[in-house]
Design a protein around this ligand. Structure first.
Ligand code: NAD
Ligand code: GLY
Length: 378
């Protein structure tokens, strides 16, 4: 597959960075991501977990050493439950222990958990050091590695501590998807459907065509095209609203990327981040937000059915009928998407037409009804 490079420019900040997409390009990490840094780093800490490191850290480290860099690997726990302040502190301590300097770099090699935690540590270590994203899950390729949101979970909820910190470069090696388990592929495809539903038009059509294709390949040209289109969409939204301005309420506000996420975060929290993959929770969340949109008279039944069909083609989602509804609804009371005391819902007036609706405008029973309609307990 020919390598290609997208460029993201964030309009209100000085950030502009390349996103390289290809196959087998972890082996060119040094040339693609580090050689252009000014001033040049002399040391690189690759943050990863045991599973991903066993597959790809050697290749990454070899490339860095070939480029004349001192390379270290910092391992963190695998899974959402490790995306916490303790892990961030562990990364900070590792950086200190190898004497990483302000011009040295941090590379996140892994999925969104590694990327979010390593990015957060990079943003606060010495008040910010160069950071490179090397996403290895579909979800992190199309979503979390681009746009500069970093952070960790707290006992109060998901991603409640973090920073906006753009990477210097993103290296997307679609070849790493060959080793990704089926459930993780489904999770990534659910985030792809989320972005497609918000953008509508060509992105929805291409994503849905990919999902309908019985011969779809997860490591070839087709998936690379899908990844590139998805990243373009995300980067356009981020470029217009890098810091998710609380007062930006338009259809291109960064808030719309949270479509499906209010229920998703509630499901993850209610199940202690152990039962559902984040993307699977987003799959349920997209169906819930669509059902709610229909129940509020915003979305037609035809569009609801179309969206449900696309989510179901992403793969099988773990059932949610054993999750206590009150535990889910309790999470709606404290979510990052609150403005003042009020939670803001991202709903759809049509595919490609997101709208922000205050929680108080939604009758209580509409939530319960929508939850039952997507397979939750009443
Ligand atoms: P993850 O990071 O937990 O990775 C999923 C699993 O796949 C892990 O077990 C990991 O070890 C394994 N894995 C990763 N790459 C692999 C590979 N190539 N081969 C085999 N196994 C591999 O999960 P995720 O879905 O990548 O990320 C979810 C996280 O991303 C959540 O914490 C979510 O909040 C966050 N997120 C952040 C943003 C953002 O803008 N920062 C956006 C969306 C999601
Ligand atoms: N995934 C949500 C965002 O990047 O804003």
């Amino acid at each position: 597959m020919p390598n290609r490079t997208l460029n993201i420019r964030i309009s209100r900040s000085a950030a502009a960075y390349p996103i390289h997409i290809g196959t087998g390009i972890v082996s060119s990490l040094s040339e693609l991501a580090l050689s252009g840094l000014v001033p040049a780093p002399s040391r690189v800490v690759v943050v990863s977990n045991r599973k991903v490191a066993a597959l790809y850290a050697d290749t990454a480290v070899k490339s860095l050493r070939r480029g004349g860099l001192e390379a270290h690997v910092c391992l963190i726990g695998d899974g959402e439950r490790f995306k916490n302040l303790r892990t961030a502190e562990r990364i900070l301590q590792f950086l200190g222990s190898v004497r990483s300097a302000r011009t040295d770099a941090v590379v996140a090699l892994g999925g969104g958990v590694v990327g979010d935690a390593a990015g957060f540590a990079a943003s606060i270590y010495l008040r910010g050091v160069p950071f490179i994203q090397v996403p290895t899950t579909l979800l992190s390729m199309i979503d979390s590695s681009v746009g500069g949101k970093t952070g960790v979970n707290t006992p109060f909820g998901k991603n409640l501590v973090g920073s906006f910190y753009q990477p210097q470069c993103v290296v997307v090696d679609a070849g790493t998807l060959r080793t990704l388990p089926g459930r993780e592929i489904t999770a990534g495809l659910c985030e792809a459907v989320k972005q497609a539903a918000i953008d509508g038009g060509t992105l929805f059509e291409r994503t849905s065509r990919f999902l309908h294709d019985p011969n779809r390949e997860l490591s070839g040209q087709m998936v690379a095209d899908l990844i590139a289109r998805q990243i373009k969409f995300k980067s356009q939204i981020v470029a217009g609203d890098e810091r998710e301005d609380p007062l930006h309420a338009g259809p291109r506000s960064r808030k719309v990327l949270n479509f499906g996420h209010t229920l998703a975060h509630a499901l993850e929290k209610a199940t202690h981040y152990r039962y559902l993959k984040h993307g699977e929770a987003v799959g349920h969340g997209v169906r819930f937000a669509a059902a709610l949109s229909k129940n509020l008279g915003l979305l037609s039944s035809n569009e609801l059915n179309l969206l449900n069909d696309v989510v179901l083609r992403a793969g099988k989602l773990p059932p949610i009928d054993s999750i206590e509804p009150e535990a889910i609804f309790a999470s709606f009371k404290f979510d990052k998407k609150m403005i003042g005391n009020e939670l803001q819902w991202i709903l759809l007036e049509g595919i490609g037409k997101p709208v922000i609706v205050p929680h108080s405008d939604i009758p209580r029973d509409a939530h319960r009804r929508s939850l039952v309609e997507i397979g939750g307990r009443g």
